[in-house]
Design a protein around this ligand. Structure first.
Ligand SMILES: NC(=O)c1ccc[n+]([C@@H]2O[C@H](COP(=O)([O-])OP(=O)(O)OC[C@H]3O[C@@H](n4cnc5c(N)ncnc54)[C@H](OP(=O)(O)O)[C@@H]3O)[C@@H](O)[C@H]2O)c1
Length: 301
């Protein structure tokens, strides 16, 4: 007896993409500036190649100039740093994305921190992390997955989360921390839980908005969910699915979706919830960066 509203990430993503296309076309018409995204990939990790080609493809669909730099696995730190420097200096490029993880012999942190903050469309530069932490949401760029998850939260609760308790399980720089800051900025009362949290189930049960970003398949059970809560499942876990045939697998989130949707009022599915929002917000960040570079007021998403 699932009562929960299923939050449709594909639909939300499609409507953001339409707005991105319109904004990119508007910028080109009014300022003669074509939005440009450069995606850099090093090595031949198949999953990373799949991500990168879908990002490049989506950028083209949005009407952007889309450039992909595919570097061999043996690329040196200096070579990669030089490429980032040249993209920093290229006025036709507004967004630079270096696909992570990099091959083991490369140090990703100095590379990420060498991207100009105004072109850091992944929102990983300390300047952008710092702006979010200090509540400056207007001049920085926000990490794509939390920005997308927040858009889904807003689709249920609106802009102002005053009086609501939010619990984020996970404290990564990529997701947990920026998500907690976005919720705090929207006036939620926020708890960040992690592997050292005591009695996580009861902490989770206090949440009107429960966000799980852990990487443990179906960890969050129905009795962790407050009746009527909004549940945002960020986890993407591939598990064996012998019922689909030998060697088959399927994707599940960090939330036991079937049972949790009997208790929650709204819940994101996996796949089709937060997942589609990540690339979408990358496009949104890039068109925002292009507007700022052209001295135009950026769109809001
Ligand atoms: N596009 C997308 O939809 C998207 C994007 C990013 C990530 N993800 C998914 O989201 C999940 C999390 O990603 P991430 O990058 O944030 O992962 P991460 O860097 O591995 O962080 C995982 C967090 O979960 C916490 N944790 C681990 N075990 C726990 C437990 N038993 N109880 C409570 N907390 C626990 C860790 O706590 P400690 O800090 O104490 O170790 C850590 O803060 C992954 O499944 C990933 O695939 C999806």
């Amino acid at each position: 007896m699932a009562l929960a509203t299923v939050i449709d990430g594909k639909k939300a993503a499609a409507s953001v993409i339409e707005a991105v296309k319109a904004a990119a076309a508007g910028l080109e018409a009014e300022a003669g500036a074509k939005t440009g995204l450069a995606v850099v990939i090093v090595g031949d990790d198949p999953a990373s190649h799949a991500y990168v080609s879908s990002k490049s493809k989506m950028a083209k669909e949005c009407g952007f100039k889309s450039v992909q730099h595919t570097l061999p696995a043996e690329t040196t730190q200096e070579e990669l740093a030089k490429l980032v420097e040249s993209l920093n200096d290229d006025p036709s490029i507004h967004g630079i994305l270096v696909q992570l993880p990099l091959p083991k012999h490369l140090d990703s942190e100095p590379i990420i921190q060498s991207i100009r903050p105004e072109k850091d469309v992944d929102g990983l530069h300390v300047v952008n992390a710092g702006k979010l932490a200090t509540g400056d949401l207007d001049t920085g760029l926000i990490s794509c997955t939390p920005a997308g998850a927040m858009l889904l939260v807003r689709s249920i609760h609106g802009e102002d989360l005053s009086g609501l308790n939010a619990v984020v399980i996970g404290r990564s720089n990529l997701f947990g921390k920026p998500m907690a800051q976005l919720l705090l900025n929207a006036n939620a009362t926020v708890t960040t839980a992690h592997s050292r949290t005591k009695d996580l189930a009861s902490v989770a049960r206090g949440a009107d908005i429960l966000v799980a970003a852990v990487g443990r398949p179906e960890m969050v059970k129905a009795d962790w969910v407050k009746p009527g809560a909004t549940v945002i499942d960020v986890g993407i876990n591939r598990i064996a699915a012998p019922e689909r045939g030998e060697g088959k697998s399927r994707l599940v989130g960090d939330v036991a979706y079937g049972q949790a949707s009997d208790v929650a009022a709204a819940i994101t599915p996996v796949p089709g919830g937060v997942g589609p929002m990540t690339i979408t917000m990358l496009m949104a960040n890039t068109v925002i960066a292009a507007h700022r570079a052209a001295g135009q007021k950026p769109p809001k998403f």
